[in-house]
Design a protein around this ligand. Structure first.
Ligand code: IMP
Length: 191
């Protein structure tokens, strides 16, 4: 089955192909030579994920899905949330984002946070959303060398190291994204 993944991120495509398995042939926006950036103008993960899936489905008229992820920090009322990528500015720099988050959390003893992913799956007949989340805490200094984004400062519940200190397959046992995509896979396989 051919499925469009409304993303330009080739690393994510590989990661998700791995989760969904060989029954699905993922087509990325690069494969479709679609190089435009779809502006994420909504104020929720649900809204942005829906916006991306709907725009790409309209253009290519094939089964399609999109994802959107945010890091939600309890003591900061859910920030950076939907603005996680550009928390410290529009250049989307991961180091700057982490530094700002650590600064904003410096006087808080509550370090609880969660990563949340929302996937929207869209076909001519169906519109479905799937959520995956992992709770954990933000530590006060960066640790580890793998991964991306906020991985060096996030320790998932049940682990004693950051996402950044884990291999990709270790991280996938916990990750918000793999949990959301497992739900999409179960749904596709139940059809
Ligand atoms: P996206 O919606 O997947 O592009 O994620 C938005 C932002 O959330 C990214 O730019 C990262 O800052 C952050 N993020 C998403 N997933 C992860 C993750 O697995 N680890 C660390 N940060 C992440």
């Amino acid at each position: 089955m051919k499925l469009i993944f409304a993303s330009h991120n080739q690393n994510k495509v590989l990661e998700i192909q791995n989760i969904l398995g060989g029954r699905y042939d993922l087509i990325s926006l690069n494969d479709l030579s679609f190089h435009d950036d779809i502006p994420e103008t909504e104020e929720t993960l649900e809204g942005n994920s829906l916006l991306k899936a709907t725009a790409i489905h309209k253009q290519f008229e094939m089964p399609c899905f999109a994802d959107d992820t945010g890091l939600e920090v309890e003591a900061l009322d859910g920030a950076p949330g939907v603005y996680s990528a550009r928390y410290a500015g529009s250049n989307k720099n991961a180091e700057d984002n982490m530094n700002l988050l650590l600064k904003n959390l410096a006087n808080h003893s509550n370090r609880k946070a969660q990563f949340r992913t929302v996937i929207t799956y869209k076909t001519n007949q169906q519109l479905m959303q799937f959520e995956g989340l992992i709770q954990g805490e933000i530590i006060s200094e960066k640790k580890g060398e793998f991964g991306f984004g906020y991985d060096p400062i996030f320790v998932p519940n049940g682990a004693s190291k950051t996402f950044s200190q884990m291999t990709m397959s270790e991280k996938n046992k916990y990750s918000h994204r793999s949990r959301a995509f497992e739900k999409l896979r179960s749904f596709l396989e139940s059809k």
